[in-house]
Design a protein. Structure first.
Length: 277
């Protein structure tokens, strides 16, 4: 059962530059009154939370750090979509995570990663990085360029198992595999060469232009969250621009048409999160 307040929630904390933000990630999971899911809900880019730290400019789709909106806490197991821009030579110092599946998806530039498991990698556009924090891991992320910012999405998915062995995985997905289709990039079993996550969730990436059309069937016990990473696309009749999102419940399919330089991330999730008891 869900607890009645922050003390009953998970203790996954948010660290940035070694500083603990004043709220825990799960402190947002208190009861929400009179909020029922609708079949179709659009979240516009300018409705997201925003933080400007100078070296970091970040949009928050869901409640995160000092941004809190009880209407936008999570969507099933999907807990965080942060659109980050980090200035040249800057980054996040060593900080800790626990019991979270963390996916990084670079749109422009490069992001260097080092962690307590001994991993040291740099990810670029087309790469997908997955870190399972499990029972605890520390890492740092920074922009190695002296000239260009890095623009990326950081995604947190709540796991269906706590206390797993921390692990790291990174794979590259060429543009051709995403052109005019939805390419599976994360799944519970690493299907089709995707990275594997500890949750019954599938994550897809796609590129759409012109008359390219994509449709994804949605099972009766599933729900879908679409995030437009860049460009413009029509989703189930709704025109969406970069940073916009569409949440679908009780819907048979997601239909994407009329793309204009569109890059999309699609989350196929259980109707109820598998992390709560």
């Amino acid at each position: 059962m869900r607890g009645s307040g922050p003390k009953a929630a998970s203790e996954h904390k948010i660290y940035r530059m070694g500083v603990l933000f004043p709220r825990t990630a799960a402190a947002y999971l208190g009861p929400i009154e009179n909020e029922e899911p609708t079949m179709q809900n659009i979240r516009r880019s300018n409705e997201r939370g925003y933080a400007d730290h100078g070296w970091l400019k970040s949009f928050h789709t869901f409640s995160f750090a000092d941004y809190y909106d009880p209407r936008h806490i999570e969507f099933g197991a999907l807990r965080v979509i942060n659109e980050d821009r980090v200035a040249a030579g800057a980054g996040f110092g060593t900080h800790g995570h626990r019991d979270m599946e963390i996916i990084s998806y670079v749109l422009d530039g490069e992001l260097a990663h080092k962690d307590s498991m001994g991993t040291g990698e740099t990810i670029r556009p087309g790469d997908v990085q997955r870190m399972s924090a499990g029972r605890g891991v520390t890492h740092s992320e920074f922009n190695p360029s002296r000239e260009k910012p890095v623009h990326f999405l950081q995604i947190w998915i709540q796991p269906n198992q706590k206390g797993v062995q921390p692990s790291y995985e990174q794979k590259h997905f060429p543009e051709a595999e995403k052109r005019g289709k939805l390419r599976l990039i994360a799944s519970p079993d690493g299907a089709n060469g995707s990275v594997s996550i500890h949750q019954d969730a599938k994550v897809y990436a796609g590129l759409l232009d012109g008359d390219e059309k994509v449709e994804l069937a949605i099972a009766a016990d599933r729900q879908v969250y679409l995030h437009v990473a860049r460009g413009k696309v029509t989703a189930n009749g709704n025109v969406l621009n970069a940073g916009d999102a569409l949440a679908l419940t009780d819907t048979a399919a997601l239909s994407l048409t009329d793309g204009h330089g569109a890059e999309v991330i699609v989350f196929d999730l259980q109707r109820a999160s598998g992390v709560r008891q």
